[in-house]
Design a protein around this ligand. Structure first.
Ligand code: COA
Length: 158
C-alpha cells in the first residue's frame, strides 16, 4: 500500500490545500494530512480545530486521514508507514525553500521521498495568512476556503 503524508500548518486549510489533497488521494492508496501542532508561526487556530476543519472538508474522500504531529516530519511519516511526502508548489518563490526542506528530509531519512504537485493555477495566490488577514478585515472568503468552514473562520474574527 502506497501511503503519502501531506504536511503543513493548515491555519486554516484553503481551497489550494484541498485541491492538492484531492489530487493526491487519486494517486496514492492513502493520504495522511499531517497538521504541525506547535510551529514558530503562532497559529491562529488550535491544532484540534485545524484537524477538525480538514476532517470536515475531506469527509468525501475515503482514503484521506488527518492527524496532528509535533517534532520531525520524517518521524511522523515513518510512524504513518508513509514512503512519500507530498508538497504543493505555488510559485517559483516556493521552490528554493521546498528544495532545501526536501534535501534535509532526505538527509534525515534516505528512504523518504518528497514529491511536488503544482498547485492549481486558480489557487496559486492563496495562502493561509492571506485568508486570516482578509477575515480580519471582514472580507469575502468564498472561493478561497471550503464553504463548510467559512462561518467558523468568520466567528473567530467577530
Ligand atoms: N494552496 C494554498 N496555499 C498553500 C499551498 C497550496 N497548495 N501550499 C502551501 N500553501 C501556503 C500555506 O498556507 C502556508 O501559508 P502561510 O505561510 O500563509 O501560513 C505557506 O504556503 C507555506 O506552506 P508550507 O510550505 O506547507 O509550510 P507550513 O508552514 O504550512 O508547513 C511543514 C511546514 C510542517 C511542512 C514544516 O515546517 C515541517 O516539516 N515541520 C516539522 C519539523 C521538521 O521536520 N523540520 C525539518 C527538519 S529541521
Amino acid at each position: 500500500m502506497r501511503i503519502a503524508v501531506y504536511p503543513g500548518s493548515f491555519d486554516p486549510i484553503t481551497n489550494g490545500h484541498l485541491d492538492i489533497i484531492e489530487r493526491a488521494s487519486r494517486v496514492f492508496d492513502k493520504v495522511v494530512v499531517g497538521v504541525l501542532k506547535n510551529n514558530s508561526k503562532k497559529p491562529k487556530f488550535s491544532a484540534e480545530k485545524r484537524v477538525e476543519f480538514i476532517e470536515r472538508v475531506t469527509s468525501h474522500l475515503d482514503n484521506v486521514e488527518t492527524d496532528s504531529f509535533e517534532g520531525l516530519l520524517v518521524d511522523f511519516a515513518k510512524a504513518q508507514n508513509a514512503s512519500v511526502i507530498i508538497k504543493g508548489l505555488r510559485t517559483v518563490n516556493d521552490f528554493e525553500y521546498e528544495f532545501q526542506m526536501a534535501l534535509l528530509n532526505k538527509a534525515l531519512d534516505s528512504e523518504c521521498e518528497t514529491m511536488f504537485m503544482m498547485t492549481n493555477s486558480k489557487y496559486s495566490y492563496i495562502s493561509s495568512s492571506m485568508v486570516n488577514e482578509l477575515a480580519g478585515f471582514k472580507g469575502d472568503l468564498s472561493g478561497l476556503v471550503p464553504a463548510e468552514i467559512i462561518d467558523d473562520i468568520k466567528a473567530k474574527y467577530e
